[in-house]
Write a new protein. Structure first.
Length: 278
């Protein structure tokens, strides 16, 4: 899976560039300067940009502030998360159903603001349980979620990521929490976010961009890359986060990227001839 000679042509044909965040354009609070340059060059050449993260522990306002502070100059409608995809699905397909949300206060506020009926954190009955990357997780919340699932609640999960990359290593993410609930209840969730179809459908609908005119950039094979491969969208892997070159070489067929770059610096040079560090 080496970059082909026509990589610049392939990327040049795309209109919408969808970027993962953590591990792709920054790592926690450490921005990748080459990512800022690349995105500025894309905008200067008339390309559109969307920032999509599976990390639903924070609201869009948090990402708006962070990306602005880092120099990416995002518009509010250029930010989307797996939480947005999950909320949209609930509103369109489960409207009025009560939800036990195992997530952060930020995610609870986001769901509540959209009119999704949330049951109290101590409740053990709900129509639906939604689990996410809960950095405020307690044993009580986990027990209530498992009890509600055992009592017949439909089980959803905002995204399947097992680990969240940080400067100091990895944190257990949404997929790890879901695995615990499944181990306890025997019930597997319906996942949202990358790499699932609802994400591509929502991006396509909101941006009015056909799949053959967009591409995904990310650092994780089973989410960022698989979302493209499985749904007919160009998928570009960068090695600045979770995935190593060796992992990419041995990836399953539905997780093999169309292109691999060490970082977005090389993608910038491929498209625009700018050398890393400029």
């Amino acid at each position: 899976m080496e970059n082909t000679a026509n990589a610049a042509q392939l990327l040049g044909e795309k209109e919408l560039f969808v970027f993962d965040m953590d591990g792709t354009i920054y790592l926690e609070d450490r921005v990748f300067p080459f990512a800022v340059r690349f995105i500025r060059h894309l905008r200067a050449h008339g390309k559109r940009v969307l920032f999509f993260t599976n990390n639903a522990s924070r609201a869009s306002d948090f990402y708006m502030e962070r990306l602005t502070r880092m120099g990416f100059e995002p518009a509010r409608d250029e930010i989307m998360s797996s939480g947005d995809v999950t909320a949209a699905y609930l509103l369109h397909h489960r409207r009025g159903k009560s939800v036990y949300l195992l997530g952060t206060e930020s995610l609870r506020a986001q769901f509540a603001a959209q009119g999704i009926p949330l049951v109290p954190e101590a409740a053990e009955q709900a129509d639906i349980v939604v689990s996410s990357f809960d950095t405020e997780l307690t044993y009580r919340k986990l027990t209530c979620a498992c009890t509600a699932v055992r009592n017949g609640a439909e089980y959803f999960c905002t995204h399947p990521d097992y680990n969240c990359p940080t400067v100091g290593g990895f944190l257990p993410d949404s997929g790890a929490i879901a695995a615990l609930i499944t181990a306890s209840t025997g019930v597997k969730p319906t996942f949202f976010g990358k790499p699932y179809a609802q994400t591509v459908q929502m991006i396509t609908a909101i941006t009015q961009t056909p799949r053959d005119r967009m591409c995904f950039f990310g650092d994780r094979l089973y989410t960022d890359i698989a979302v493209g491969v499985r749904h007919g969208v160009c998928a570009v892997l960068v090695l600045t986060g979770e995935t190593t070159a060796e992992m990419a070489e041995s990836a399953a067929k539905d997780c093999r990227p169309d292109l691999i770059f060490p970082s977005l610096a090389e993608a910038d040079r491929c498209m625009f001839g700018t050398a890393p560090g400029e």
